[in-house]
Design a protein around this ligand. Structure first.
Ligand SMILES: [Zn+2]
Length: 873
């Protein structure tokens, strides 16, 4: 438990955080109309209500031998039908033999021996329901018998009766072993440590069929009932809510993990956007959104997270989307930004809001306003909220403006974890992760006046610069003679603000030290129904399902870790600090990371990730149907020609993939724009427009849960290196094309080494998967797996997961942004949400430093060839 640390932000009237008691009292309980999922699940099961849940869609699933043998929606927990039944009998028989022990009275050696034996028998019988390693390790090998038995005989000489019994026992055990090798047990290959064996297909069907959208909707309702920005009481109260549900699901080692990190919050009365000159135009922006709820619940203020504090003044200049090209266009027209306030619109050719500000800063602007244009996300696209799904005239997109593609996590602790008590801090000044000019987001309602005021100043804009703000009949760039605008953005800056991740896990039985990490962030800019409430609500349902399985005695082969991150919205802080705090452990034992941020804002399934996970994802998409289209998600994907995209920046997978080398995947159901990072991203919006009926939430939970099983519970880890090697070939080809486009001739930059390394990778990938195929043929269908084979399989799995760790340039990192270590993926330096493949080379090409690009190409080729060879050696 952590201590409550109330502070001025919690008390600030303007920050709509409920008091602790208020928040707690609105938590679900069985006595209130809102039934907490746990209460529902218990009551419902007792009363057989689960049978009344939404009509079960007959989700397509691939028939297998195993599914034919198991009932679809039935989990054997004990009894005659289960394989466990026969082993229970055997166990009883063996134990009975052990307890009848006359003649041993007073014989201490005999007792000792008996004690050891019965302990071993218990071990044996506990693991008899499986053929997994603990059992095999115990089984007397030929050497064991030859070594140990003469010794035992010598010790037992005084009591031949005991010796006789011992041999009888050995015989029984041996018979048990033979029996065990027979067909009766052959299907029964895995579990140990007291866990119960279930048919893998029955587990898959169970998770898919028991996801309950009603529970998800109720979580969503609670999560979105108050704002919860990182570092405030709202996020802390939700951390406790998540923690309680983790505990309820009997996850192990449930705890809050604290980091003390740099955050800022608006000072009351400290923000202002106003035309101050000429006098006839004086005007002041409203800045805040209207109240989203009739009950006038408090809302978070409008600001940019990690924005520079300060008050600036200057002529206003419009710069389209604020990309470097846009500022270049102004310069080409002779319009200087020196000392100006830039106004730019969201989205477009620069999708990363932090880089819009950085681009303005680099050309000499002293402040930057970013507004939401209705042509991008408002009424020009469709009805705005509350009539439709789009941004309303007063809706504002808040958001972090730290430079996530340059420094990720706590910007004052780049490269190390901000653990409580950590003394080291980087400076806020000249920090590569922070912008140096103040900025603020605005609604188009406010931007309208500013854009109108530009009329007659500078140049009329090019057509593609014209936005959709009504009432602006002429769009002008503005120049140094534009009306003067004051931008105030006074922030309270807290250098060490506690944030809390929630952690819990289910330990695996075969490789308990190896983890599949499953997570979503919890902090939101306001109520956060889509971002990230949809992901949080789905995560909680996935945890409930795995809790149910666990209560029935099921255990995965590898450990499943669940996490709810804090501080994502500022700069992926919670996840990054977590990774930095356990970097070595993750590099050796992090098998995969499965991220969901916005689970649902529409109905189109999108995924990005390491190509090594593509096959696992496709298998899962084949088993899940779209709730309305009556087709599998895989079919829909194929029809749309959709593919697994590369990982850029913008959510919590960055530290896992790019620093720890943990193969990562990020998933979402997306759609048209919505009131992103606005207080209108709330429950009412989700319920009416985002996902009425919460069917896509349910579908995401199915995909996520099945993917967890795919990675945590398949004997052969579903990693596909042929897909990966093919992808790398494409990365190299497109990098080559990019280099030529950027003016690097072959004499400047020769990428032959990279092409060759891609081929080495392909060759090794093919060779590597031969073993998978051989294993599948010999054992995959239910055959007997020898001890030696199992050891090989486990080491084979470990090598799969180590591959991406080997792709890290651990001592180097990308020149200029050394936190990023992966040689194949990083966020693009100048487009943080997008991915850069082979980023070391790409960055150098962008800097027109072809010598560095050549060096980087050789380095990457070396690392890739090494990692490829390590697959097979
Ligand atoms: Zn998010």
């Amino acid at each position: 438990m952590v201590e409550e640390k109330p502070n001025k932000y919690d008390q600030q009237e303007s920050l709509p955080i409920p008091t602790y008691n208020e928040a707690i009292s609105s938590r679900p309980s069985s006595s209130q109309s809102f039934l907490g999922p746990s209460e529902i699940s218990h009551d419902a099961e007792r009363q057989g209500l689960l049978g009344r849940r939404q009509p079960q869609h007959d989700g397509y699933h691939v028939p297998t031998v195993q599914s034919a043998r198991s009932s679809l929606d039935f989990l054997p927990s004990s009894g005659e039908n289960s394989p466990r039944g026969s082993t229970e009998e055997l166990r009883r028989e063996i134990l009975q033999m052990d307890v009848v022990e006359p003649g041993a009275d007073g014989d201490s050696r005999g007792l000792l021996l008996r004690g050891n034996l019965s302990k071993r028998i218990t071990t044996l019988t506990q693991s008899l329901s499986s053929i997994n390693l603990p059992f095999r390790q115990w089984l007397p090998s030929r050497d064991y018998i030859l070594d140990k038995i003469p010794f035992l005989i010598r010790d037992l000489r005084p009591n031949w009766i005991i010796a006789g019994r011992f041999f009888a026992l050995v015989l029984v055990l041996f018979l048990a072993y033979l029996l065990f090798l027979s067909d009766v047990f052959a299907i029964n290959r895995r579990q140990g440590n007291g866990s119960v064996y279930y048919y893998p297909d029955s587990i898959r069907n169970f998770v898919r069929d028991h996801i309950n959208e009603t529970y998800i909707r109720e979580h969503s309702q609670y999560i979105t009932s108050f704002p919860h920005i990182a570092g405030t009481k709202g996020s802390f109260v939700l951390a406790e809510y998540v923690q309680d549900l983790f505990i309820e699901s009997e996850l192990e080692e449930v705890r809050l993990e604290q980091f003390d990190v740099y955050l800022n919050y608006p000072k009351k009365g400290g923000r202002r956007v106003a035309i101050v000159d000429p006098p006839e135009l004086t005007w002041e922006a409203k800045i805040e959104e209207e109240l989203a709820y009739a009950d006038k619940r408090e809302q978070t203020l409008v600001f940019h997270g990690h924005s520079r504090s300060g008050t600036v003044k200057g002529p206003l200049i419009y710069a389209n989307y604020g990309s470097k090209e846009d500022f270049k266009r102004l310069e080409d027209q002779g319009i200087s930004l020196k000392g100006a306030i830039a106004i730019v619109r969201y989205y477009g050719s620069q999708g990363d809001r932090a880089l819009k500000i950085k681009a303005a800063e680099l050309v000499g602007a002293v402040g930057c306003i970013i507004y939401s244009d209705p042509a991008e996300d408002g009424f020009e696209r469709g009805d705005p909220y509350p009539q439709g799904r789009y941004m309303s005239s007063d809706g504002v997109q808040r958001g972090g403006v730290s430079l996530m593609s340059w420094v990720v996590g706590d910007v004052l602790s780049s490269g190390f974890a901000s653990l409580p008590g950590e003394q080291r801090r980087d400076s806020k000044d000249n920090n590569p992760g922070l912008n140096n000019i103040p900025s603020i987001p605005l609604a188009w309602r406010d931007a309208q006046k500013l854009l109108q005021a530009l009329k007659g100043h500078g140049k009329k804009v090019d057509d593609y610069w014209i936005g959709g703000v009504p009432g602006v009949n002429q769009w002008w760039t503005g120049d140094s003679k534009s009306p003067i605008v004051e931008l105030a953005n006074e922030q309270d800056e807290v250098e060490r603000r506690p944030i809390y991740n929630v952690l819990g896990k289910i330990t695996g039985v075969e490789q308990p030290e190896k983890s599949i990490i499953v997570a979503n962030h919890r902090d939101a800019w306001c109520f956060g129904a889509a971002d990230p409430g949809s992901g949080t609500a789905v995560l909680l349902e996935v945890v409930r399902i795995f809790g149910e399985l666990q209560k029935k005695g099921w255990r995965p082969l590898r450990t499943i870790e669940f996490a709810s991150w804090d501080g994502e919205e500022y700069n992926m802080i919670g996840s990054t600090e977590h990774v930095e705090a356990r970097m070595d452990g993750l590099r050796s034992d992090g098998f995969a990371y499965l991220n969901v941020d916005v689970a649902v804002s529409g109905s189109e399934f999108k995924a990005s990730g390491s190509p090594v996970l593509q096959t696992a994802l496709l298998r899962v998409l084949e088993r899940v149907t779209d709730p309305f289209a009556n087709k599998t998600l895989r079919k829909i994907w194929a029809e749309k020609g959709d593919t697994l995209k590369g990982l850029g920046g913008g959510s919590d997978y960055v530290a896992f993939q790019d620093m720890a080398g943990t193969s990562s995947l990020d998933m979402s159901f997306l759609g048209n724009p919505y009131p992103y990072h606005s207080c209108y991203d709330n429950f009412d919006w989700m319920d009416k427009f985002g996902d009425p009926g919460f069917q896509y939430h349910k579908t995401m939970a199915q995909v996520w849960a099945l993917l967890i099983l795919e990675l945590a519970d398949r004997e052969l880890l579903t990693f596909d290196f042929e897909v990966y090697a093919n992808a790398v070939r494409e990365y190299v080809d497109s990098l080559e094309a990019y280099a030529r486009e950027q003016g690097a001739q072959k004499k400047d930059l020769d990428l032959t080494v990279l092409h060759e390394a891609a081929e080495v990778f392909m060759k090794n990938a093919i060779g590597f998967h031969e073993w998978d195929k051989a294993w599948e043929e010999a054992i995959g269908g239910g055959g007997f797996e020898s001890n030696a084979m199992a050891i090989k399989r486990i080491s084979h799995n470990t090598r799969k997961a180590n591959f991406e760790t080997h792709l890290l340039d651990i001592d180097g990192g990308l020149p200029g942004r050394e936190q990023f270590k992966h040689v194949l993926f990083a966020p693009q330096a100048w487009s943080g949400y997008d991915e850069a493949f082979i980023p070391g080379v790409r960055d150098a090409i962008d800097a027109k430093n072809f010598t560095l690009a050549q060096e980087q190409a050789e380095k990457v080729a070396g690392i890739l060839s090494y990692a490829s060879r390590k697959l097979n050696h």
